[in-house]
Ligand binder design. Structure first.
Ligand code: FE2
Length: 251
């Protein structure tokens, strides 16, 4: 099966639409979404309606989704994120709110594991270091582990032939072969497809991934979208100006 992998859409419909159109053309048969569907951006309902219609969808929620449905305190959100959460609460349809309420921040399927941040603290911890990867390995039964939250396209795996060392690197537009154990079972590897709706790696194009479970490969793609159109919507909605500006810089 070929899966389209998306995360951190953050109510950015133009970016979501560009990414889904791009991945659909590559023959995707299933979809993986690592949470933070809403927050920051101006189109929560349009994004949720499109995501909910995806076939063979495995999905979790993120910290912003939990905050919108009042399952996570706003204390540690910065002022811009908090303002967007409050705005989203007022503009989300009852149906989409109920959908978010039904999601969890970590799931395990027969084929892979999803956690928004990390398996040990799914809604809040950012998976950024080799030590964190090592600490979370025992908590995962089905690899690959797909994560989001940091908005950075990243890979974590043990170095082949040197299992004490963790290989951590940024993912660019290049196919990665994933580790296999005896019998062809997928070995420990964590993959972050980057953020669809608010990339933070200085590249303002939407980020997404393609996972081929038969070939055992993962590839990140960057897709241009109408940034100025989203900025205009953010301003028209009365959301903080900073949330419009940062999209142009990819941060
Ligand atoms: Fe996020």
């Amino acid at each position: 099966m070929i899966y389209g992998v998306i995360s951190d859409v953050h109510s950015n419909y133009e970016a979501l639409s560009a990414v889904l159109d791009y991945l659909e053309d590559l023959g995707v048969g299933g979809w993986i979404c690592c949470g933070d569907l809403v927050g920051y951006g101006p189109d929560p309902d349009a994004c949720l309606d499109r995501i909910r219609a995806l076939p063979n969808l495995s999905i979790i929620c993120g910290n912003h989704d939990l905050a919108v449905v009042e399952r996570l305190e706003l204390d540690w959100f910065n002022q811009y994120a908090r303002a967007a959460v409050m705005w989203t609460r007022e503009h989300l349809s009852p149906s989409n709110r109920a959908y978010l309420e039904g999601l969890t921040a970590r799931i395990e399927t027969p084929n892979f594991t999803l956690a928004h941040g990390t398996p040990r603290n799914p809604p809040e911890e950012y998976l950024l270091s080799p030590l964190q990867f090592r600490d979370n390995v025992a908590l995962v039964n089905k690899w690959p582990l797909f994560v989001g939250h940091s908005h950075m396209p990243l890979l974590f795996r043990f170095v082949e032939g040197s299992p004490d060392q963790v290989d951590t690197h940024f993912l660019e537009d290049k196919e990665e072969s994933l580790p296999r154990l005896h019998g062809g079972v997928m070995g420990p590897v964590a993959l972050n497809p980057g953020s669809v709706g608010q990339p933070r790696d200085q590249d303002n194009r939407a980020s997404c991934g393609l996972y081929d479970s038969e070939k055992g490969t993962f590839r990140v793609f960057r897709v241009p979208y109408d940034i100025s159109g989203v900025q205009a919507k953010i301003r028209a909605a009365g959301l903080p100006e900073y949330l419009a500006l940062r999209l142009a810089y990819g941060q």
